[in-house]
Design a protein around this ligand. Sequence first.
Ligand SMILES: Cc1ncc(C[n+]2csc(CCOP(=O)(O)OP(=O)(O)O)c2C)c(N)n1
Ligand SMILES: CC(=O)[C@@H](O)[C@H](O)COP(=O)(O)O
Ligand SMILES: [Mg+2]
Length: 597
Amino acid sequence: MTRSFPGLSELKELDHDRLSALAEKIRTFLVREVSRTGGHLGPNLGVVELTLAVHRVFDSPRDKIVFDTGHQSYVHKILTGRAVDFGTLRKAGGIAGYPQNSESVHDLVENSHASTALSYVDGLAKSFRLRGEKDRTAVAVVGDGALTGGLAWEALNNLGAGGSPVVVVLNDNGRSYAPTAGGLADHLAALRSGEGTGTNLFELLGFGYVGPIDGHDTVAVEEALREAASRREPTVVHCVTEKGHGYVHAENDEADRMHAVGAMDPETGEQKPGSGRSWTSLFGDVIAEIGAEHEDVVAMTAAMLLPVGLGRFAREFPERVIDVGIAEQHAVTSAAGLAMGGSHPVVCVYATFFNRAFDQALMDVALHGLPVTFVLDRAGVTGPDGPSHHGMWDLALLGRIPGMRVAAPRDADQLSLLLREAVAVSTGPTAVRFPKATAGPAIPAMQRMDGVDLLRRSPGMPLDVLIVAAGVTATAALEAAELLESEGLGVTVVDPRWILPVNPVLVHFAARHRLVVTVEDGVRGGGMGSALREAVSDTRVTTPVVTLGLPKSFLAHGDRATILRACGLDGPSIARVASASIPALPEGAPTSAEVTR
Ligand SMILES: Cc1ncc(C[n+]2csc(CCOP(=O)(O)OP(=O)(O)O)c2C)c(N)n1
Ligand SMILES: CC(=O)[C@@H](O)[C@H](O)COP(=O)(O)O
Ligand SMILES: [Mg+2]
């Protein structure tokens, strides 16, 4: 398969006709392969010619090419010898859906968080200059959506000072998922249409500007890149492209031009429906109901209105939904302003992207005790999008924020209840987190004790093991309980619902058991388990607390269930740890059942 695509040196020698033929061949390949594996079809169809031109003009890896967000790097991967691997795209052990250093010397930035490329090339170009490497160029391929991120403007400000051999390839398809929002989008639209009056924003900031050019004309892009490269100064090459270009089903997809697809029929563009309802879909209904119940609720998204489930809310309350672009930091501080103004903002972001807005949540929302609710979708292990997409840091971050209350629903019923409880809090921030998964069946509680749901207590058995499960880990915790009971250990499984800060009643539960095991789909240090262990250690309770969670490492892409199992968060693994960790009873000591009788 590699043989059917040219390598970089051969690519530079192709004539224009063969270039056009190659572009079509790549497009056909993308549709065939990505319809099998799933992935970012639309964005990559939109950068076929642009990527060909970039690799014909610049000499990777001596010249450094940075793809912002990296979801549009499939063509780059094809041209750098990995076409043969596309059957493994985003699968465990297969090639990543983003650049990956371990795959190729041509890959640089693995972080799939948007708006970073300009900062990377700013640093790269400065290092070239400091090392006297005058013939090297740093190239950023940046989408119009990525340009709405604050970090991009910090970089533009620095690059605009000049002196850096940087070429900014602006891949302007007018969309993130949906059409890009805001004043910048309007400015780019004016430039695209040729009505950009006089000097444009980039020139005002000190950049050279070449364009707008047809981003699907390889030769035109190539000429523009050569011109930009020759200037040895920061220069923007404004490429006008179409997301999903050349594949009718993507071109006709008004929602997001097939931004990210699952396995699908390439002939019809029909994706195979999943079984059951996703957490996102359930959330979408609940937030719309809440929108009707609470006029002060305002929903916010960072360029991901549909992916975070706000479609229905937006249809029913168009005046109360705000899309800030890819600008999570702005979203949170703007939410602080909304809350100061008397609204109750619900900021809906993927958990991994909340990382970026930590300081805003801490110092703009929590410091002022403002009623902002964070809804963190894709919390925990996500799977195919790899290390920078696993939403595994949020609990450790949220746990550091004074006054922040965090809820993790175990099923759809709890999602509805907890979200309503969250928007009813007026004295400070709240967060509700749930995974990228289909919601499982309802998990009823035997009873609620001071806010903690008792999910299981081994009938007629001693109080040996207390399992404290955060959100959806309740399912695995209950599986573990059954296994432990078969070993003769009495198990209590509880769901705190509000998992941070720790509910003090859990310390009393701990005191009555021989071992506590906490389970969370988040990084092990600093989350719910750590907090409970700390709460127990602040008392005279001596029950040992074993905390189970994700390792503090960058987890490779793969399948969510497989990764969770590998991290010991499935039922059998939890049972094994509990069984191995329970302290032996002293000789002749009464079992805890006798004590509690
Ligand atoms: C900080 C951050 N927020 C949100 C996302 C989710 N996301 C991935 S791609 C994308 C749209 C990117 O639009 P653009 O930069 O224009 O690239 P295009 O897909 O149009 O090629 C978004 C919002 C992200 N990767 N990083
Ligand atoms: C590139 C990016 O950040 C998103 O498009 C990411 O692929 C999330 O995908 P899901 O919405 O399928 O979780
Ligand atoms: Mg775009």
